[in-house]
Design a protein around this ligand. Structure first.
Ligand code: ZN
Length: 337
């Protein structure tokens, strides 16, 4: 299952987990890591030089709100994880009501968001790179046909060639077996999320094709491409029921009553990754993006124990696989290690 090189990585990442635990005010995390995973097995040829996961995201904070607990789990297992952040989040609003009126934050938002990203990167134990594009800003009911209405020079208005090129370079440098991104709707219709999807899918193929962007390094074929699918009704129904069972007021009642069914969301899920032990790391990474979250908001009102009991997984759709692995899966690296 894991090659010798990865075992060395486990030791390295174990100390990172201890640091994370200290940051998070936890104890006993390391023993969970040690007890939770089986003894190393002989490596498969796909993983001969270690396992690598690349998570491509649109803005700083997306890496902490989508798939963050699975990221933390893989890091704890010794997988090398690179988060790629397409834009600097320059047009994000300050969403934390406690900081919303702070003129100093508003004037220095770009730098502050970089510092927040640094902190989240440390907490998650990942490597992180910026693609250097400029946030397109949110446009209500955005469709790709509306891109000319977006600010000049923003990410969603870049040519596909210019947008894909640097990601191809990073894929060829990092050589991930697995890449994650958003579905074609972006998870929600932010122009940068939809662009992130388009660019990731194109780069998955282009990185393997030596005739494309030859100056960007030696071709590399990633084996699997996944889309995040955390925002679906079944999960929120379970959390709602879990809150009521615990005798707590659920923040989801009215929301679920008004939910517009998109059954295809649940039908698209192929892969459930168990990661409940890492929800605390996820929450701390999210809190590191202090300007972008309300830490007294509804999400943090759902006790972690309830989440761990009723929905201890993160969900993904396997969009591409270059290897034959049966569905459903419980591991993004199924068939690779
Ligand atoms: Zn975003």
């Amino acid at each position: 299952m894991k090659p010798v090189e990865v075992d060395v990585g486990v030791e390295r990442h174990a100390s990172q987990v201890v640091r994370n635990a200290a940051i998070a005010g936890w104890s006993g995390h390391l023993s969970i890591v040690r007890l939770s995973y089986p003894e190393p097995m002989p490596p498969s040829p796909h993983a001969a030089d270690g396992l690598r996961l690349m998570a491509v995201h649109a803005h700083p904070d997306d890496e902490s709100s989508k798939g963050a607990a699975s990221t933390a789990r893989y890091v704890a297992e010794g997988v090398s994880v690179m988060v790629v952040t397409c834009t600097g989040g320059e047009r994000g609003d300050v969403l934390n009501p406690k900081l919303a009126d702070n003129v100093e934050i508003a004037a220095n938002l770009v730098e502050i968001r970089r510092q927040e990203m640094d902190r989240a990167r440390e907490i998650l134990g990942v490597e992180q790179r910026w693609l250097g594009f400029v946030d397109s800003g949110y446009l209500e009911d955005y469709r790709v046909d509306d891109r000319d209405e977006l600010p000049a020079g923003c990410f969603a208005r870049e040519s596909m060639d210019d947008a894909v090129r640097p990601l191809v370079g990073l894929i060829r440098e990092f050589r991930p077996q697995v890449i994650t991104t958003y579905d074609e709707n972006g998870g929600y219709p932010h122009p940068d999320h939809i662009m992130c999807h388009d660019v990731s899918v194109a780069a998955f193929d282009a990185a393997a094709d030596g005739s494309v962007f030859p100056e960007q390094g030696t071709p590399w074929q990633a084996l699997k491409l996944y889309y995040h699918h955390g925002f679906h009704k079944e999960r929120f129904q379970a959390l709602h029921a879990g809150m009521l069972d615990a005798g707590l007021e659920s923040p989801f009642g009215q929301w679920l009553d008004e939910w517009v069914d998109r059954p295809e969301d649940e039908d698209r899920i192929t892969t459930w990754v168990p990661c409940g032990d890492f929800f605390g790391v996820r929450d701390d990474a999210l809190r590191a993006h202090a300007t972008q979250i309300d830490d007294e908001g509804w999400w943090f009102g759902v006790p972690r124990e309830v989440q761990q009991r009723v929905w201890p997984t993160e969900e993904f759709e396997r969009a591409r696989s270059m290897i034959d692995v049966q569905l459903p899966e419980d591991d993004l690296f199924a068939g690779i290690r």
